[in-house]
Design a protein around this ligand. Structure first.
Ligand SMILES: Nc1ncnc2c1ncn2[C@@H]1O[C@H](COP(=O)(O)OP(=O)(O)OP(=O)(O)O)[C@@H](O)[C@H]1O
Ligand SMILES: [Mg+2]
Length: 154
């Protein structure tokens, strides 16, 4: 893991190698650490949504990426990085990973009996805004949360 921090504005990028599903936890822990001084609700929401986007970056490519049940290693290496921007009024988290040819990055219709297809629905429901851009080379999915403790300016 490699970490780069710019204090002005407060922007940190964490680079992960994309070798195993365990990196979702590393991503979550990094975001929780970076947001340690934030309101706990904001921090918990950011870490949950980051987990979903990190898992998506690892799993969803041109083929669904599978992990070895014993080692946890993924069949296809998918490096990704996470940028956390702590701005005056909001927090923006961007997860940027490898792309795919026919990405349709949107929440699936929600049926309670579906075991998967909930991640982006949570992102949509719990964030102030979210979005995605990219192509077959790279894919970024981001979300914004309003900072509860943001100072009132003006
Ligand atoms: N980074 C990504 N690259 C390409 N496709 C993506 C990416 N993220 C999401 N998708 C597409 O959007 C769909 C919806 O994503 P979502 O996270 O809601 O569900 P899921 O990952 O299939 O299931 P779950 O998150 O519940 O385990 C995915 O099935 C996939 O087709
Ligand atoms: Mg998902």
């Amino acid at each position: 893991m490699f970490l780069r921090h710019d204090p002005q504005p407060d922007v940190t990028t964490v680079y992960l190698p994309g070798l195993c599903l365990g990196e979702v936890r590393s991503a979550r822990d990094c975001v929780a650490c970076l947001l340690r001084d934030e309101d706990p609700d904001i921090r918990d929401t950011a870490t949950l949504l980051t987990s979903e986007l990190a898992a998506n970056a690892l799993i969803h490519g041109d083929v669904r990426n599978a992990a070895c049940p014993k080692s946890g290693r993924l069949a296809h290496i998918r490096p990704f990085h996470i940028t956390v921007e702590i701005l005056t009024r909001e927090i923006c988290v961007l997860v940027c990973g490898k792309g795919s040819r026919n990405a349709r990055v949107r929440p699936k219709p929600q049926h309670t009996w579906n075991e998967t297809g909930h991640g982006l629905a949570w992102v949509e429901a719990m964030s102030t805004a979210w979005g995605t851009h990219g192509d077959r080379i790279s894919r970024t999915v981001w979300f914004i949360l309003d900072r509860a403790s943001a100072p009132v300016v003006g």
